[in-house]
Structures are given as C-alpha cells and as structure tokens.
Design a protein around this ligand. Structure first.
Ligand SMILES: [Zn+2]
Length: 426
C-alpha cells in the first residue's frame, strides 16, 4: 500500500510534512527496512506552495485489516499535526493500493511528472481521484491532494533517478529555541563524506547549509548518493538531542524539473534547458543581480544570476557577446533564473588599443580619424593594435553554489562520471 500526503506545514508556524512522515513510519507495524519513505519535490515555481514544495509518500505491505487501521492512524496523525489555522495550509492525503495502482500505471506516471514540471489544478486532481475511486481526504480547499497523489504515484512507479536525504528532527520542547550544532563537526562530516554527500556546507561562502532556520522540527538534512556515507556523516555531527530521524529516497538533485525547449516555446513557471548565443553582455542591476541576453534563432530571452547566487555571478560577468551557452533554470517573468550554465564556446576576446611605437613608447591618438603618433620620435601609424586577451573563464559546466541550490537541481558532482570540463561548486 502507498500513502501520500502534502501541504501540512506552514511558512510561519513551523511543522514540516517530512516530520509527519517520520511519525507515521513509527506507527507501521513492520521493521524499518520494509517501509520506503519518499520525499518528492514538485514544481518549484508554483505560487501556492509549502516550503520547498515537498510532498511525502510511504510504501509498505500489510494485510487487509492492518491496512485499514494504518489509513485511520495516518489520517489521525495528519489531523493532529497539520497547521490548519494557516490559511495557506490545505492538507491532502491519498491511499493507493498496489492493485489499484497497477491498473493506472501510465496515468499515475503522467500525473506525477506534470506535478514536477508543470501545473495541476485542485479540481483536476479531485476528478482524477473520484474517477478512479482512489481513497483520499482533502482538508479545506484540498490543494495538498495534488502533491499527495503525485508523491504516491512516484512511490508506486519508482524514480528514474534519485538521491537520499537523511533528516534529523529536534525534540518538540526545542522547536522554538535556536538550533544548537557543533559547527566544527559539521565541516568534518562534510570532509569525510563528500562527494558521496553534498550541500552540507558551502566552502566558498563559508556557510553551513544543511540546517534550516526558523521554528520547525528539522534539525538538519544530509543529502547524498550513498546511504552508508550519509550515516557516517551523521555519526560525526554533534548537536542538541535528536528526537527521531528518517532516510528519505528523493528526486532532489536530479534535474527532474528541467525539459529542453527553444525560447519561443518556453512557458511561464516551467524549468528549461535552452541553448543559444549571448547577444547582450552581462550587466549588474540594482540589488546585485547579473543579467545577460541569449538568442536561439526563435527568440531572445534574459538570463539572470540573482544576488543570492553569490560567487556564481563572477563567472557570469565574464561572458561576452557571441559566446555559445546552454542555460538551465526556471522561466519566471520571461527570465531564465540560472541554476546551471554550460559554456559551449567562447568568442575570442579582442581588445583594440593604441599601437606601440618602434622606440618602445605607446603612441597617442593623433586626432579623430588621424591615426596614431609617437610623441617621442614622431613616428606615425594608421592602425591600432588588436590583441586577444584571456576571457577569465573556460568552456565547461558551472553551477550555483550550495548556499543557493534549488532542491531539484542536479549538483555537478553527480555528473562527474566521464565528462570533462565540469566545475562543481562546493
Ligand atoms: Zn617612437
């Protein structure tokens, strides 16, 4: 059986849908290794969303009678812990039996992919659930049913690509307190487990990034490709008492949200990979955001490295008109919000300057359209000197630093297998 749920938390009042997942897992009368918890990140550009737009599902096998009992327990837990008084919290919970899901494999797959890449309405979701007679409960406007069904669908069909996140939770009496972590041990844990874990710390920006801020149950989350490396890292970290923890299988760090398009066909709120030529050079606007323009033969589009992407902007500033690039990111307000960039080719950087005279001195301009003249020996020249300079970047793939990484964005460290010219940010 599969239980999926979403939209139980609140931006302001704390709680976290993954915490509810951990509570439910403890109620399932099975050994821990017989339950697979999934943490699914859905379209990050959805306006009404929970923090990070995450939904959770649990897959396990129980007898008929115990199954009915588990459904009741899960609904009770959701009703006890969901933040109902936040107007933006609209929980949903879905129950899928293996038998039922088997008959709907294709529809479920299409639904879950659309929830990551596109937009799905509450109405459409309710119709789908009704039509296929899928057990569910939607609370308030029922928006959480979208993520609940998407998460349940992924748990049934499996993920084409996945990573893990091990989440450690705080004791409820500490939720309002400042998090207590021995920072030194966090850096040590990163050193011991990178690159099989990532985004624990950000070296370039000298920051710990695996721990949220604000009043919620999450103490920290360790992301990685290898469960044993993650557990090793966990044993190194010293912190305030840990209440419980759970290893989630997740679509984080997979680029599942990205599809290829040309600029003319790009639709607002989706995330894309777009290849093109730089047609307007990078410039920094108010707030420290860096913008440049790319054209692909169908249309042109602005691309932005926003201020929070920190050192990534230094790289973007070195692009020049004529460079060929492939940009990756969300298409919002007709601007690509850069998550990654592949520099495919660099146009030679030519600098025009006054020529050097045979006597060694740099010539001066002799006046408009008058060429150049040496002040020392009076030698004249009609032609300036044209030299190629170092662009300060090389062809290759670059990414935003861990401190600015979106949950779904695939870290370059995961792409390191055989390709060259990959520059993971750490
Ligand atoms: Zn001279």
């Amino acid at each position: 059986m599969i239980i999926g749920f979403d939209d139980t938390d609140s931006k302001t009042a704390g709680m976290c849908t993954t915490y509810l997942g951990a509570l439910m897992v403890e109620e399932i009368p099975l050994p821990a290794d017989q339950v697979t918890p999934y943490l699914l990140r859905l379209n990050p550009n959805v306006r009404f969303k929970t923090r990070g737009n995450a939904a959770v599902s649990l897959r396990f096998e129980l007898g008929r009678k115990e199954t009915d009992e588990m459904w009741r327990i899960c609904c009770d837990l959701l009703e006890e812990f969901a933040v109902f008084d936040d107007e933006n919290t609209n929980p949903g919970i879905v129950f899928l039996s293996e038998e039922q899901a088997s008959g709907l494999r294709g529809e479920l797959e299409a639904f879950s992919l659309r929830a990551v890449r596109d937009f799905i309405t509450i109405d459409e979701t309710k119709k789908f659930l009704k039509k296929h007679n899928i057990k569910h409960r939607g609370y308030k406007n029922g928006r959480g049913l979208i993520g609940a069904l998407a998460a349940a669908s992924f748990a049934f069909n499996g993920l084409i690509d996945w990573t893990y996140e091990f989440i450690a939770y705080r004791k409820p009496e500490n939720w309002e307190e400042k998090r207590s972590l021995d920072e030194e041990t966090v850096w040590t844990a990163d050193t011991a487990s990178y690159p099989r874990t990532w985004d624990t710390v950000d070296h370039q920006n000298n920051q710990i990034v695996f721990s949220p801020h604000g009043p919620d149950p999450v103490l920290f989350g360790i992301r990685g490709s290898d469960q044993s490396a993650i557990k090793d890292a966990f044993t190194i970290v010293r912190s305030e008492p840990i209440d419980r923890y759970l290893m989630y299988t997740t679509n984080q760090g997979t680029d599942m949200h990205i599809t290829k398009t040309n600029i003319a066909d790009a639709k607002e709120g989706r995330s894309y990979k777009i290849g093109g030529r730089v047609t307007a050079p990078p410039h920094t606007i108010r707030g420290g955001h860096v913008i440049f323009t790319v054209e692909d033969g169908s249309e042109r589009v602005d691309c932005a490295a926003y201020e929070p992407t920190k050192n990534f902007r230094d790289l973007i500033r070195r692009l020049a008109v004529g460079d060929l690039v492939t940009v990756y990111g969300a298409f919002m307000d007709r601007t690509v919000n850069l998550e990654k960039i592949r520099i495919d080719s660099l146009r030679p950087r030519m600098v025009v300057r006054n020529p050097r005279c045979g006597c060694g001195k740099r010539m001066k301009s002799a006046g408009k359209n008058q060429g150049y003249r040496c002040k020392k020996c009076r030698t004249k020249s009609d032609l300036p000197e044209i030299v190629e300079t170092d662009p300060g970047i090389t062809v290759g793939v670059y990414e935003t630093p861990p401190v600015a990484r979106r949950h779904l964005a695939k870290p370059l460290i995961r792409c390191n297998s055989e390709k060259k010219n990959i520059y993971p940010s750490r």
